[in-house]
Design a binder for this molecule. Structure first.
Ligand code: CTP
Length: 448
C-alpha cells in the first residue's frame, strides 16, 4: 500500500485545496492529511486564520478524500509523522517548491502545481476590515500598535491621548491624534481602551451608543450593575464588547483551564494566584497616588481570572485584607482576598509595593497544576502528581505577550459577530463585583 501525506492550513476550504487533495490521493492508496493547528500557524506569523482548527478539520473530512487526518502541532513534526505512519510520498503545492527537499531522505517528495487564481488569503481579504482607535495615556499602546500590524482585518485609525510624549513615533503618526474621544470615535469602527478603570464604564457606554465595538482593558467597570448594563447594551446594539486581559488569550492558559476543568487533577479544591510588582513612586505625594493604579486596579482582574474561570462566580464568602498608602484607604499597596465556595477555596495576593513569587497553583484531589512566575505571561506549566514519574510538562508558544491573540479574537468576533473565547460576561461581571466590594471596604481588614 502506497501512503501519501500532505499538510496545509485549509482555512475557508476552497477549490484549490480540493484539487490538491484529489491529486495527492491519486498518487497512492492511502491519504493522510495534516491540518496545521492554529498555534503552530500563529508562531509562523500566519495569525489571520479565520476558522478554528475543528472547523478546518471538519471541512477536510467533508471532502471525503482523507483516509486519516492528523493535527500538525510543532516544528519538525513532518519527519516524525513520515516515520510513524510509514509514509512513501510527501505531496505539497508548488508554492513550497524546494522547501521540503530535505524530506527526500525519508520518503519521496512531490510538488503539485498550485491552482491559479484562488487562495485563503484572497478569500480572507474579501472580509471586512475594521478601523481601530486607541485610547489612553499609556506606553502599552505602543505594543498594541505593533501587534495590530500583524493582525488581518484591523487598521489603526488614530489615537486619543493626553500624553503623546510617551507614545512611539509610529503611534504618533497615525492618521489622527487627538485629546477628544468624540473625534476618535468618529473615525473608528472600534476602540481599544487602556484608560483608568474609573473611566471605563462611561467610555464604553459612549462608544457603544455611537455604534462602535469595544475592547476594554479589565476591569470593564467598577460595579456589577454597570458591567451588566454594558453587556446588555452591546447585545442590544449588535456590537462586540470584549474585556481585554492578555492572559485570557494565551494558549497555555486556555489549555490549563481545559485540563483543570476536565478532571486532569481530580476535583479542583483550591485556586491560588499571586501577582506583584514594585512600582517606583513617591508614596507621600497625593498627586502621584491619584495618577497611578493601585494594586487592585493593576493586578486584581488578572489574579481573579483563574479563580472565576475555574470555580465560577458564585462564591459564598469573601474576606479582604489590605494595606493602604493613604488615610482614605483608596490606594492599596497590597491586598489578599480569600474566597470560600461550598466545595472549594481560592485566594489572590496582589501588590505594587510588595514582591512575591508570581505563581498560580490549582490544587485538585489527584494532583496540581503549577504555573511558574510570571504565570500571567504563561507559556509553560506542569501537572504534578504524588508520584513524580507521572508529572507532565506543557509548553505553548506565546507571541506578542498574548496581545496579538487578543486582537485576533477581537477582529474575529467583529467579523463573525461571535465571541468564541476570552472572558465570559459572567466572569467579567464577577471581577467588577469584587472591585466594587473592595472599594466599598466590604469584609475588609486593614494591615497597619
Ligand atoms: N493549494 C493549491 N492551490 C491553491 C491554494 C492552495 O494547490 N490555489 C495547496 C497548497 O499549495 C498547499 C495546500 O493547498 O499544498 C494547503 O494550502 P494552504 O496554505 O492551506 O492554502 P492557501 O490558500 O495557500 O492559504 P494562504 O493563502 O493562507 O497561504
Amino acid at each position: 500500500m502506497v501512503k501519501v501525506i500532505t499538510y496545509g492550513t485549509f482555512d475557508l476550504l476552497h477549490y484549490g485545496h480540493v484539487r490538491l487533495l484529489e491529486r495527492a490521493k491519486a498518487l497512492g492508496d492511502y491519504l493522510i492529511v495534516g491540518v496545521t493547528a492554529e498555534d503552530f500557524d500563529k508562531s509562523r506569523g500566519k495569525i489571520n486564520v479565520q476558522q478554528s482548527l475543528m472547523e478546518r478539520v471538519d471541512a477536510v473530512r467533508a471532502t471525503g478524500l482523507a483516509d486519516e487526518i492528523v493535527i500538525e502541532e510543532y516544528e519538525g513534526q513532518k519527519i516524525d509523522d513520515i516515520r510513524r505512519y510509514g509514509v512513501d510520498i510527501f505531496a505539497i503545492g508548488s508554492d513550497w517548491k524546494g522547501k521540503f527537499d530535505y524530506l527526500n531522505e525519508y520518503c519521496h517528495v512531490i510538488y503539485l502545481d498550485r491552482t491559479e487564481g484562488i487562495s485563503s488569503t484572497e478569500l480572507r481579504s474579501q472580509d471586512q476590515s475594521f478601523r481601530l482607535g486607541l485610547v489612553g495615556n499609556s506606553s502599552f499602546l505602543n505594543k498594541v500598535e505593533r501587534e495590530c500590524q500583524l493582525v488581518n482585518g484591523l487598521h489603526l485609525a488614530g489615537v486619543c491621548t493626553n500624553m503623546p510624549e510617551i507614545l512611539s513615533e509610529s503611534v504618533r503618526s497615525l492618521p489622527l491624534m487627538t485629546e477628544h474621544y468624540d473625534e476618535l470615535l468618529e473615525v473608528s469602527d472600534a476602540v481599544y481602551l487602556r484608560t483608568h478603570p474609573g473611566l471605563h464604564a462611561e467610555q464604553v457606554e459612549k462608544a457603544l451608543l455611537a455604534g462602535k465595538h469595544v475592547l476594554c482593558e479589565s476591569p470593564a467597570s467598577l460595579t456589577v450593575d454597570e458591567c451588566r448594563k454594558l453587556y446588555s447594551l452591546a447585545k442590544e446594539k449588535g456590537l462586540v464588547f470584549m474585556e481585554a486581559l492578555k492572559t485570557a488569550y494565551a494558549t497555555a492558559y486556555a489549555r490549563l483551564l481545559l485540563l483543570a476543568k476536565n478532571g486532569k487533577i481530580g476535583k479542583v479544591t483550591s485556586v491560588d494566584a499571586t501577582c506583584t510588582s514594585i512600582l517606583k513612586m513617591n508614596m507621600e505625594d497625593p498627586d502621584e497616588l491619584s495618577g497611578k493604579w493601585d494594586s487592585m486596579s493593576e493586578w486584581g482582574p488578572t489574579a481573579l481570572l483563574p479563580v472565576f474561570q475555574i470555580l465560577g462566580p458564585d462564591y459564598c464568602d469573601m474576606r479582604i485584607t489590605s494595606r493602604f498608602a493613604d488615610q482614605e484607604r483608596k490606594f492599596d499597596t497590597f491586598t489578599r482576598i480569600s474566597f470560600e465556595y461550598p466545595d472549594a477555596v481560592a485566594s489572590i495576593k496582589v501588590g505594587n509595593q510588595v514582591k512575591s513569587e508570581g505563581e498560580l497553583i490549582i490544587s485538585g484531589t489527584k494532583g496540581y497544576i503549577f504555573v511558574p512566575a510570571p504565570w500571567w505571561k504563561t507559556d509553560y506549566f506542569e501537572i504534578r502528581y504524588e508520584n513524580p514519574a507521572e508529572n507532565k510538562r506543557y509548553f505553548y508558544q506565546l507571541d506578542g505577550e498574548g496581545i496579538r491573540y487578543e486582537l485576533v479574537a477581537f477582529a474575529r468576533a467583529m467579523s463573525t459577530k461571535q465571541i468564541l473565547y476570552g472572558i465570559e460576561p459572567n466572569v467579567s461581571c464577577a471581577i467588577s463585583g469584587v472591585m466594587e466590594d473592595f472599594r466599598a471596604h466590604k469584609n475588609l481588614r486593614v494591615l497597619l
